[in-house]
Design a protein. Structure first.
Length: 223
């Protein structure tokens, strides 16, 4: 055997086709029952790689981030005799139809989740930017953080927790001067939860005071 043929024999090719097959198997496993209806297209293929002689093993890495999503990169690790020698990423475009909840009608910012009506429909869940609201109870006690439109897919990021005290809310105001305790009313100029300090304009006062939220709709002036 010539020197050149000996050198060639010490190297071997791992084709892109083999790496794509391993990555696709990872995608199919991740899709589970949805793989029968999902559309999976290879949109980014690595080049063939050359490795040293030995026993080759290809392993797909874990999929990180939101799942499913429109574009997914699957890392493929190339091992020779149990040692990692190369890695490459195969990119896929996904379309995964599935059940979602959508808004039955337009709704303004601040509308409570309890007053919203949701309707079931099907959508490409890989295209949804956010975590799906799977059940109205997922957002119980919350409100819209922005306006939404009819038929839009409901996601958790549309909602925020209703604060214990909201801006421009009428609140019960407590003031303590030693053993003397006074009660009054005022308007909060900020929002927060129990323990937070907000500004409150007490009825009859010209300037706001700092008050700690003690309960829903109740504050105590900070001395």
């Amino acid at each position: 055997m010539s020197l050149s043929s000996t050198a060639a024999a010490s190297f071997q090719h791992v084709t892109a086709q083999r790496m794509v097959a391993v990555a696709r198997a990872r995608i199919d496993a991740q899709l589970g029952d949805a793989r029968g209806t999902a559309q999976v297209t290879v949109v980014g293929t690595p080049e063939d790689v050359v490795v040293s002689s030995g026993a080759i093993a290809l392993k797909a890495g874990e999929l990180k981030g939101k799942w499913p999503r429109a574009r997914v990169g699957v890392p493929v690790i190339v091992e020779v005799d149990g040692q990692t020698v190369r890695s490459a990423t195969v990119w896929f475009a996904l379309s995964v139809p599935g059940p979602v909840l959508a808004y039955a009608s337009d709704a303004p910012l601040g509308k409570t989740a309890a007053s919203l009506k949701f309707v079931p429909r099907s959508a490409d869940v890989a295209q949804v930017q956010g975590d799906l609201v799977r059940d109205p109870q997922d957002v119980a006690g919350m409100r819209l953080r922005h306006a939404v439109t009819a038929d839009a897919v409901a996601i958790r990021e549309d909602f925020e927790r209703v604060p214990d005290v909201d801006r421009q809310q009428r609140v019960q105001v407590s003031v303590a001067y030693g053993s003397i305790h006074l009660e009054g009313r005022g308007i909060a100029t900020g929002q927060g939860s129990v323990g937070d300090v907000v500004s409150v304009l007490v009825d009859g006062a010209e300037t706001p005071v700092r008050a700690r939220i003690t309960d829903k709709g109740a504050v105590e002036v900070v001395q």
